[in-house]
Structures are given as C-alpha cells and as structure tokens.
Ligand binder design. Structure first.
Ligand code: AP5
Ligand code: MG
Length: 287
C-alpha cells in the first residue's frame, strides 16, 4: 500500500502514520523527521534546512524530492509506504507522480486529515509540553509564532494539493477532530472500502470470498465488474445465508462503503454492487 497523509501542522499525520505502520507493516517516510535528523547530524542538507525549518518555511522542492527518491528505493519501502509531510507543493506532487511512474508503482490514496485551525495550536503546545516533560528537546518550530507561519505556508502552498489529488480521484478526507483511535479506525475503514488494503490485512473479507461465488453466478458477475471497493462491500452480503437480518446488515455495509469510498470510480462501483445485494435480500427473506 502506498499512501500520502496530508494535513496542516498538528493535524495528526505523524500520529496516524505510526499507527498505520504498526497495523500494516509498511514504513513511514516523514520528510520532517528526515530533515530534523539531517539538522541534528549537521549534514549539508541539514545545514541548508535548519534556518528554514526554524522559521516555518519550506525546504526547496529539489532537496525533499531528492531525499524521497532515494528513500523509496530502499528495501524496507518495497512493500509500501506512508508519506507523511510529502508532497507539500504541487511541483513536489508532480515529481512524485513522475518517480512512481518510472518505477511502475501506483499510489493508492491520499488521506487528508481535516482539523479546525483553532485546535492546532493547542495540539502543538501540548506536544511541546509532553516533549519537555520527557526531558527531550522541543522542536524549534513548535511555538505559536512559527506555527502561524507554518499554517500560512500550508494554506498557500500545500492546500492546492487537495484539488490536485481530488482531480486525480485519489483524495479521501477524514475528520481529524475525532479522538486519535477513531481517526485511525476511519482511515482503515475507508482504505478497506477502496480496496487499498492487502488481503492479509482483511481476513474477514478473504473468508467471505469463497461462499460468494457459490450463491449465484449473476450477482458474482456483476460484482466482478465493480471496483474493489464495491466487491468488498458486497462480500458480506453474499456471505450472509442465514436470513433477512444478516442481509440487512449487508445492505447497510454496501451503503456505508459506497459513501466512504470517495473517488467517483468507487462510488460508481458501489452502485453496481448494490443490485445483487438487494436480490439476495429478497431471496433470503423468502427462505
Ligand atoms: P513536519 O515535521 O512534517 O511538520 P508538520 O507538517 O508541520 O506537522 P507536525 O509534525 O507538526 O504535525 P503532525 O501532523 O505530524 O501531527 P502529530 O501527529 O505530531 O515538517 C516540519 C518542517 O520540515 C516543515 O515546516 C518544513 O520546514 C520542513 N519540511 C518537511 N517536509 C517538507 C517538504 N515536503 N517540503 C518542504 N519542507 C518540508 O500530532 C500533533 C499533536 O497532536 C501530538 O501531540 C498528538 O499526540 C496530538 N494529536 C494527534 N492527533 C490527535 C487527535 N485526533 N486528537 C487530539 N490530539 C491529537
Ligand atoms: Mg509530524
């Protein structure tokens, strides 16, 4: 799975990336973390980035694109990765498209974490407090003044990526105001709905695959034509064989997944899968 986490400073990109890493066993590629490590190590890139970061600016595109190009070539990124804080500008996004194209890799989704600006300062201040309490060094940019500048950069240079990825049908927006674990659950749910999760991450769906084809050829055929999101949504429907109540749950899950899968292709597919699910409902009700 290859994923981008998009959101303003303090929206929870790092927090959610780590939780996804833990669940799916893929790597987190945070340009902010890499740049901070370069600053701490005093490398040429670190020396170039230090001042810019401390002032809430953006490090030049060619620098971060170079870092990411090298990093995704490493062996631990072969299984997939979560980009946290990259891309941050339209030229960075275009460079990433080129990079992935050359490597014949596909981007699964861009998850935008939407958080009210008023909540961001409180989060960043809390993080600074907690870091201090652990006796660790507080990030130089975790101050109200620098946060204001980082936010301004986000609005002018990074926010256009929402449109960029929405046009490419990659954007999925999640309410980042929910509690941390709810945000994680929601991200996993929508990734499942668009079919971005590996089969091993989705045991119940895998289990539902076999009975699906036995029920009836017609619905199975219709579902085959639908995108993965709709297939997954339809699976519980086809698995349910013990009465109308299960079929009801199935119908609900089709609706839910169709709603969650924001890309138009997935929405279309969910519609296609809805019909067979309904047919089954009737049959079962009869039984
Ligand atoms: P970077 O390190 O990427 O910082 P950022 O984007 O400003 O974001 P943060 O790391 O501050 O926040 P986050 O979204 O990760 O939130 P977190 O999970 O920590 O970049 C730093 C700098 O490096 C940039 O300003 C730039 O100079 C440079 N840079 C990096 N990438 C670049 C690029 N591609 N191009 C150019 N320059 C680049 O959460 C924050 C706090 O909130 C935590 O305490 C957390 O516990 C809490 N929290 C998280 N989620 C929730 C929740 N749902 N409810 C309540 N609290 C929550
Ligand atoms: Mg972060």
């Amino acid at each position: 799975m290859r994923l981008i986490l998009l959101g303003p400073p303090g929206s929870g990109k790092g927090t959610q990336a780590q939780r996804l890493v833990h669940k799916h066993g893929i790597v987190q590629l945070s340009t902010g973390e890499m740049l901070r490590a370069a600053v701490a190590a005093g490398t040429p890139i670190g020396l170039q980035a230090k001042e810019i970061m401390a002032n809430g600016g953006l490090v030049p595109d060619e620098v971060v694109v170079g870092i990411i190009a090298d990093r995704i070539d490493e062996s631990d990124a072969k299984k997939g990765f979560i980009l946290d804080g990259f891309p941050r500008t339209v030229p960075q996004a275009a460079a990433l498209d080129e990079l992935l194209k050359k490597k014949h890799l596909k981007l699964d989704a861009v998850v935008e974490l939407r958080v009210n600006e008023s909540a961001l300062l409180a989060r960043v201040e809390k993080r600074a407090e907690e870091t201090r309490a652990r006796g660790e060094e507080v990030r130089l940019d975790d101050t109200p003044e620098v946060l204001t500048k980082r936010l301004a950069q986000y609005r002018s240079l990074t926010e256009p990526l929402i449109h960029y990825y929405s046009e490419r049908r990659k954007l999925l927006t999640v309410d980042g105001m929910m509690a941390i674990e709810h945000v994680t659950r929601e991200i996993n749910r929508i990734l499942g709905a668009i079919g971005a999760l590996e089969p091993k991450d989705e045991e119940p769906a895998k289990a539902a695959k076999k009975p699906a084809r036995k029920v009836s050829k017609k619905p199975a055929k219709a579902v085959e034509k639908a995108p993965k999101a709709a297939k997954k949504a339809a699976k519980p429907a086809r698995k349910a064989t013990k009465g109308a109540s299960k079929a009801k749950v199935a119908k609900k899950s089709v609706k839910k997944a169709a709603k969650a899968a924001k890309p138009a292709s997935a929405r279309k597919g969910a519609k296609a899968a809805k019909k067979p699910a309904k047919k089954l409902t009737k049959k079962r009700a009869k039984r």
